[in-house]
Design a protein around this ligand. Structure first.
Ligand SMILES: NC(=O)c1ccc[n+]([C@@H]2O[C@H](COP(=O)([O-])OP(=O)(O)OC[C@H]3O[C@@H](n4cnc5c(N)ncnc54)[C@H](O)[C@@H]3O)[C@@H](O)[C@H]2O)c1
Length: 339
């Protein structure tokens, strides 16, 4: 396959430090970059030797013959860029949160089908090794998933609304990825300040699992800490901070003075990234950033959008988030933007 001609939109911290560097193994060639902020654009374009730069994404799409765009800016821009890309016949990857409403997600999904172009979404947890392993484990009928509990703490956000909209969404999407569709049952909220809060969100899943997402923006560190625990009739799975998975299976009979439980079944199987040097995609590839971009390229080349997290898969995430955001606005005292 010939290399895809790539444009990027939004050359801020995440694009420059994480997303674009993670794209280095893709069959793509960077031909243009766009940002409304000239300093961010210049910094990105200088470091990554970008041939042409634009302050307006519409102008970039009109002047460059692009095959694909990667966009990391904000939800409103993600929606506008995705729509403009589809109108221009260009595949697009947008970061989370992919748009502002469930209705916009539906609209993009329809446009994507009509245009025959991919709209992929950067919910990287769906590609994280430990969560993908957890999904495989709980899919087995003998696991019998019945209870779900996830807990995370992020650092203080710009506002409580933005925390709900831009961070809790990761964990809403993760719950849907693991359990299928979920329905909001109840919530608890604690307000620390206008930029820091905690919440317990309870839900039921279409397959009868009951669950909670405990979340807060009170961490005194840059990167969120998170834990997942899924209990079933045949054991439980714990994912600790994306870096470790334990599958606690029913213990074998302790009727020998020695045991080889890994061979005989029972006891705990676990996974963690080895601490050796990471060849290929790199030391942190288990977090899913490289894999989500590789899936985007693969979906373009194979013509099968469902190989990656397509915007149509995110409609349920967006509509659950709308329900949570409405209650959060009432309980924490903020007006929901755009409501
Ligand atoms: N998946 C993850 O774990 C993860 C982590 C960090 C950030 N993100 C997402 O990435 C996105 C960007 O985050 P960031 O931290 O880089 O923010 P940032 O503010 O540093 O960068 C955003 C950039 O987009 C530019 N921009 C805004 N509107 C634009 C427009 N209309 N056209 C062109 N450029 C425009 C801004 O000027 C800025 O340079 C957010 O949506 C965020 O949620 C995801």
């Amino acid at each position: 396959m010939p290399e895809l001609r790539l444009g990027v939109v939004g050359c801020g911290g995440y694009m420059r430090n994480t997303l674009y560097p993670m794209a280095r193994a893709l069959p793509m060639r960077l031909v243009a970059a766009c940002d409304i902020n000239p300093q961010n654009l210049e910094k990105f374009a200088t470091f990554f030797y970008t041939p042409r730069v634009f302050l307006d994404f519409q102008e970039m799409l009109a002047k460059e013959k692009l095959d694909a765009v990667i966009c990391a800016a904000n939800a409103q821009t993600h929606f506008e860029v995705a729509k403009a890309c589809l109108q221009a016949g260009v595949h697009v990857f947008v970061e989370k949160t992919p748009c502002e409403t469930a209705a916009q997600a539906r609209e993009l999904s329809e446009l994507s089908k009509k245009a025959g172009k991919v709209v992929a979404v950067g919910f990287n947890r769906r590609y994280a090794t430990a969560y993908a392993l957890a999904k495989d484990i709980i899919a087995s009928p003998s696991f019998g998933a019945s209870m779900y509990y996830s807990k995370f703490n992020a650092s203080v956000y710009g506002s409580n609304d933005y925390f709900v909209f831009n961070h809790i969404i990761h964990h809403i999407d993760l719950a849907r990825f693991l359990l299928g569709e979920i329905k909001l049952e109840s919530t608890l909220w604690k307000k620390e300040s206008d930029a820091s809060c905690a919440s317990v969100i309870s839900f039921t899943s279409e397959k009868g699992v009951i669950g909670t997402i405990q979340c807060a923006s009170m961490l005194e560190e840059a990167y969120p800490m998170e834990r997942l625990d899924i209990a079933g009739t045949g054991g439980n799975v714990v994912v600790d901070n994306l870096k470790g998975l334990r599958w606690n299976r029913t213990a074998p009979a302790r009727d020998k003075d020695f045991a080889s439980p890994l061979l005989e079944g029972g006891d705990c199987l676990s996974w963690n990234p080895s601490h050796g040097y990471g060849l290929g995609n790199g030391v942190f590839s288990y977090i899913g950033m490289e894999a989500e971009l590789a899936a985007f390229a693969e979906a373009i080349q194979s013509g099968k959008a469902n190989g990656c997290v397509a915007i149509g898969d995110c409609v349920g995430t967006m509509s659950f988030m709308e329900d949570v955001r409405r209650v959060a606005g009432e309980k924490l005292g903020f007006a929901v933007a755009g409501a």
